[in-house]
Design a protein around this ligand. Structure first.
Ligand SMILES: [Zn+2]
Ligand SMILES: [Zn+2]
Length: 69
């Protein structure tokens, strides 16, 4: 899940926030901001589809094409 509004962000005030870096390979690096208190991803360079929660591609489109339905 990704944070879209400041109200959602405020729920994590005072929590343990960390920045994670994941490397699937040297070309595909992903940085995330995570709340360790809730085990929730607050920000990811990859967006997740609000409908099916799958990782979107680099163009911001859902691989299931939820946007186009
Ligand atoms: Zn939190
Ligand atoms: Zn989708």
């Amino acid at each position: 899940m990704t944070i879209y509004t400041s109200a959602e962000l405020k729920r994590h005030m005072g929590h343990e926030i960390v920045v994670g870096l994941y490397c699937e390979n040297s070309l595909d690096e992903e940085a995330t901001i995570e709340c360790e208190t809730c085990y929730e991803i607050l920000y990811s360079q990859f967006k997740f589809c609000p409908k099916c929660h799958k990782k979107m591609n680099k163009f911001g489109n859902c691989s299931d094409r939820c946007d186009e339905k």
